[in-house]
Design a protein around this ligand. Structure first.
Ligand SMILES: C[S@@+](CC[C@H](N)C(=O)[O-])C[C@H]1O[C@@H](n2cnc3c(N)ncnc32)[C@H](O)[C@@H]1O
Length: 316
């Protein structure tokens, strides 16, 4: 085989050259089939070469199709969650804000847990049949990281969750998130930090960012405890560690008093009630931080959007 062909094959990702490719079944039709038959009768060596080229072309097309289909899944999963999940109202804002920002460092406070693969009907891209299944925001933000990577941006999501373990009906589901995100090819963008309070994590970040050991934060989702104290601590903590252009999305922003007496959530304090609960914390933060603009989405789209550094347009 001519050397230029071998070199071209190496460039096309087949270092062994055209005559040494793994087995693949495909059919040859039309004029190419006729040409192959003609060559097989007249010049078997040339026929072999022709066949290998057909083979190589098929492999290239299939590889591309696989790549495209894989990327397509992330958009399709997002569309499905925006249409049908309990968190439908926040899906597009949390997916698009990191893309718009070209965010490198994303964080979320509160990721919860997942029953995966149970309750998923053998479909890792689907929605759990359980209302209590979590890590919804997590999979959407990780999908955004993956899309950002295709734009040449090295993005990572840190999920800070105060729970250390999640045992339900005797089943330890602590590692199910690892499995889910491995199966979705998203695990490489994820830094889960369990057993950590968001306010404490932010205090550590302030020190690490000030000493140049960590990058500033471009995007944050607040979905942890829905009290005045914690919301205020998260917002003030974030204000000290965000990039010059940044977005904070806050879930359940209209909350004054969330799920009273729930085992998994702290009740609002009398002082927090006086300040208007989670809703009051958002309003008070915006009123005392001029560099942050506040937008509420109309109810029942229960999210607020805090953004900084947009007055002069986009950073890049
Ligand atoms: C509403 S769930 C999060 C749901 C998740 N974002 C999703 O999309 O499925 C709230 C989570 O916040 C966690 N949480 C509560 N207080 C926290 C804190 N101080 N720091 C970090 N996580 C906290 C709870 O343990 C709970 O798992």
């Amino acid at each position: 085989m001519p050397q230029w062909v071998t070199k071209l094959m190496a460039k096309l990702g087949d270092p062994a050259g055209a005559f040494d490719m793994p087995p693949m079944t495909f059919s040859i039709n039309g004029p190419e089939k006729e040409q192959l038959e003609r060559l097989q009768a007249q010049n078997p060596e040339l026929a072999r070469s022709f066949l290998k080229w057909l083979w190589h072309r098929e492999g290239t097309i299939r590889r591309l199709e696989q790549d495209l289909k894989a990327e397509f899944h992330y958009w399709e999963m997002t569309r499905l969650y925006a249409a049908k999940s309990g968190f439908w109202y926040a899906i597009l804002p949390i997916y698009t804000a990191p893309l718009m920002l070209r965010a490198q460092r994303l964080v979320e406070f509160g990721t919860a847990f997942t029953y995966y693969p149970d309750t998923y009907n053998n479909d890792r891209w689907g929605i759990s049949t359980s209302d209590t299944d979590g890590m919804v925001s997590t999979r959407i933000l990780l999908s955004a990281c993956r899309i950002l990577e295709t734009m040449g941006i090295n993005a990572k999501l840190t999920s800070v969750e105060v729970r250390e373990q999640a045992i339900f009906e005797g089943v330890d589901i602590t590692h199910n998130g690892d499995q889910l995100f491995t199966d979705l090819s998203l695990r490489q963008y994820w830094e889960p930090i369990f057993g950590m309070d968001s306010a404490k994590w932010l205090a550590d970040q302030k020190r690490l960012i000030a000493s140049g050991q960590e990058q500033t934060i471009d995007f944050a989702l607040l979905d942890s405890n829905h009290t005045y104290d914690l919301t205020m601590a998260e917002l003030v903590g974030l204000a000290a560690v965000t990039s010059p252009q940044a977005v904070i999305i806050i879930d359940n922003c209209y909350t004054l008093f969330y799920e009273p007496n729930a085992e998994w959530s702290l009740d609002e304090t009398p002082d927090g009630i006086q300040h208007g609960g989670k809703y009051g914390a958002i309003v008070e933060f915006a009123a005392t931080h001029d560099d942050w603009e506040l937008e509420f989405f109309p109810y029942p789209l229960e999210i607020a959007y805090l953004k900084k550094g947009f007055k002069q347009g986009f950073k890049r």
